[in-house]
Design a protein around this ligand. Structure first.
Ligand code: BGC
Length: 715
């Protein structure tokens, strides 16, 4: 289990093979263009190792999984008529592992699980994105060696990975054999071949199913103090492409190895040449120089992204870990791709992009790195044609955005899963996200062109889903689910209805067509958006208050015969509570409080997206103990492996929510009448909370303090 060790790092000091999968995620590094899991150089497995490039997906016809194996699933989740259906989709591709490096010390293979591991430490330096491992190892025959490993994905040259390995025999002299290479043995979804070779390097070309081609170029340098020329042998064995050298090591003297690998794909221009050029440049500069350049960029990123929590170094460490992942998740200004539910840290959710990106993640980028925030809405706009086709396939006009997607904008979710088809709020979420991007960034040029086109198309689709109830002279939406997946098929889900009404109003202001404007405003006015004005309470959907208040859990959330959440009030994740966060101009404290009080007792946090939103609301209404409990649950979600699935990748949407909890919740950041303002609620131990945001082209430093006499500062 990893632990935070100081304000700028996480580390672990116990090695156990059983932790390798989770460690692969927790110690993942990257730069938004690629993600590299925290595997060990000497040997990994398919679930530990991982190199992912943004946009490199394989195309596949999948026989969709058929897991309607429980009462609940059969009754509520799957439509067995539609199952099993082979469907075309893209899945993020795990590429050949460039970290591969095996070492023999005096004839014995270095393996932490053999011999005696005298010391072990693995530390991820959040400031520079460097992963360190230090080991003292006894081969079981009394030969002790100290080994140090460092690696980073450059933030400066974002196609570059650099590794450094130092080997110091403590009490022996003898031979060290090194095998440095690329391991392509763990996946079958690509066909690889060596397309160029130099004595210490090679270029591997991997043709991924469905069209993508990745080029990885490798160069290994050995130094013994000063650089020495070496003879390398080549070997290809079991799809491991290796360069092999044997050298003599002297007791107490350090042998240094530097390894550079580059990754380009057919998304890039002249990828093979680019990969070869960059690797040569990096090898000529050396590890330290490359690190310096990467660290310089990291410094600039941290200057913008860091959140300072004075008085609580544990919370400080936690938020930095979250920010680190938010930074390495972003494709930055590249709008051809966006951030999947696990970013580039694992294969969970196949690298697919969900509504999480628009609702949970986007605020961080929109406020902190507006250009990166802009890239995401542009990505959504790029996929407008597919969204139109989705709506058309239902015989509807406008654009329907899919539940999960990738580089292709079509629906990747198994058609038989009810909630993927009923969560039409995704379309409203995407329009909402585009509007918020424009509001925060001030990029009205985009809003009035591509943004307007996309928002209007979303509005047209939502209008198609609205039904007029003549008797009551109101508009309703039937057969949908909100974010809470435990109630996937309901009428008048409050989240969907309110958000649709909001989007229609704003879309009307972007339309030149008077009839359309009138229709959208009329629907927005008469949409069923029930709220008890006296108490502020909002029903999640029709009939929600009549569901059972308690339930017996006899199995897993979806599974056990007693876990019939659909017939009771158990919630997977916030629905109404999230709604109150999204529309702060409508929902003031009374509504936040009423709905928090009512719904919090039913929340099961079956989704990682849940705790941060609870932290946000608890802080806003001044429930500071609760706010801190939820802050910690969210911040520790992966480090404590709360849902037992961290091995499949980081829960990046959770970290986006955590940023919102701090900004909107603890600092109470809001825009009122075009002005930024704060309404801080800080836990007692926090002296101050400060961070940077951009608002309509101007940078602001937000600083809120916990001293009663201190006024919030907005610079
Ligand atoms: C959540 C969804 C989310 C998905 C991907 C599910 O468990 O319920 O709301 O979009 O995970 O993160």
């Amino acid at each position: 289990m990893s632990q935070f060790s100081n304000e700028w790092s996480i580390s672990e000091s116990v090695y156990h093979p059983a932790n390798e999968r989770t460690g692969g995620t927790l110690f993942c590094i990257g730069n938004g263009l690629m993600g590299l899991r925290g595997s060990y150089e000497e040997l990994g497995t398919k679930e530990v190792q991982g190199l992912f490039a943004a946009g490199v997906y394989r195309k596949s016809i999948e026989q969709q999984f058929c897991i309607a194996d429980t009462f609940c699933r059969k009754k509520y989740i799957f439509d067995e008529e539609l199952m099993p259906t082979p469907e075309e989709m893209y899945l993020i591709q795990n590429l050949p592992d460039p970290l591969y490096c095996k070492i023999w010390l005096n004839g014995e293979p270095f393996r932490m699980w053999d011999g005696n591991l005298l010391e072990y430490n693995r530390t991820l330096d959040l400031k520079t994105g460097v992963l360190h491992r230090t080991v003292r190892w006894d081969d079981g025959k009394g030969n002790i060696t100290s080994l140090k490993f460092r690696r980073f994905c450059s933030m400066d040259e974002r196609h570059l990975i650099a590794q450094e390995i130092s080997i110091t025999p403590e009490n022996w002299s003898g031979e060290v054999k090194i095998e440095s290479g690329i391991d392509a043995s763990l996946n079958n979804e690509y066909a690889e071949s060596v397309v160029a070779e130099t004595p210490a390097g090679l270029t591997l070309k991997s043709e991924v199913q469905g069209g993508a081609v990745a080029f990885q170029c490798l160069e290994t340098r050995l130094h013994r103090g000063a650089s020495i020329p070496l003879e390398w042998d080549s070997e290809i064995k079991l799809r491991r492409y290796k360069k092999i050298a044997t050298v003599r090591a002297e007791q107490g003297k350090t042998l240094m190895l530097e390894k550079f690998s580059t990754l380009y794909s057919t998304q890039d221009e002249t990828p093979q040449e680019a990969a070869e050029m960059l690797v040569k440049k990096a090898a000529a500069e050396g590890f330290s120089q490359c690190l310096e350049e990467s660290s310089r960029v990291w410094k600039e990123l941290w200057e913008q992204a860091d959140i300072r929590i004075e008085g609580d170094s544990e919370s400080q460490r936690k938020i930095r870990y979250a920010l680190f992942h938010l930074i390495i998740a972003s494709p930055q200004t590249d709008s051809r791709v966006s951030i999947g539910a696990k970013a580039l840290s694992g294969q969970g959710y196949s690298g697919h992009v969900f509504w999480d990106t628009d609702i949970n993640l986007a605020p961080f980028y929109q406020w902190v790195f507006p250009e990166w925030g802009g890239a995401h809405v542009r990505y959504r706009h790029r996929n407008l044609a597919d969204a139109r086709a989705y709506a058309a396939s239902e015989g509807r006009s406008g654009a329907r955005y899919p539940w999960q997607t990738s580089i292709g904008g079509f629906e990747h979710a198994p058609v038989a899963i009810t909630c993927s088809r009923t969560q039409i709020h995704v379309t409203a979420d995407i329009a909402y996200c585009a509007l918020r991007y424009a509001d925060i960034s001030g990029d009205f040029e985009w809003l009035e062109t591509d943004g307007a086109e996309m928002i209007r198309e979303c509005a047209r689709y939502m209008v198609e889903r609205v039904e007029y109830n003549e008797e009551k002279d109101r508009f309703e939406i039937h057969g949908v689910g909100g974010p809470d997946e435990y109630h996937p098929l309901t009428d008048n889900n409050a989240y969907t209805n309110w958000l649709t009404a909001y989007v229609l109003r704003r879309a009307a202001a972007l339309s030149d067509d008077a009839d359309e404007r009138f229709q959208w405003m009329d629907i927005a006015e008469k949409m069923v958006c029930p709220v008890d004005e006296k108490t502020g309470l909002i029903p999640q959907c029709d009939g929600f208050f009549d569901l059972k208040d308690s339930w017996e859990i006899t199995g897993s959330d979806w599974g056990g015969p007693g876990a019939e959440y659909h017939e009771c009030k158990g919630l997977k994740q916030p629905d109404v509570v999230l709604l109150t966060v999204l529309l702060p101009q409508l929902f003031k404290e009374k509504y936040l409080r009423a709905n928090w009080d009512y719904y919090e007792r039913f929340i099961l946090h079956g989704s990682s997206l849940s705790p941060s939103i609870h932290a946000l609301v608890a802080a806003r209404i001044g429930l500071m103990d609760k706010a801190m409990d939820y802050f910690n649950l969210s911040a520790d979600f992966d480090t404590l492996d709360v849902n037992k699935d961290t091995w499949a990748g980081i829960h990046i949407g959770n970290f986006g929510g955590l940023w919102q909890a701090l900004a909107y919740g603890f600092a109470g950041l809001q825009v009122r009448d075009g002005q930024l303002c704060t309404d801080p609620h800080l836990p007692e131990q926090w002296k101050s909370l400060s961070f940077n945001v951009w608002y309509q082209g101007t940078q602001h430093r937000i600083e809120v303090c916990n001293r009663p006499e201190a006024e919030p500062v907005l610079a």
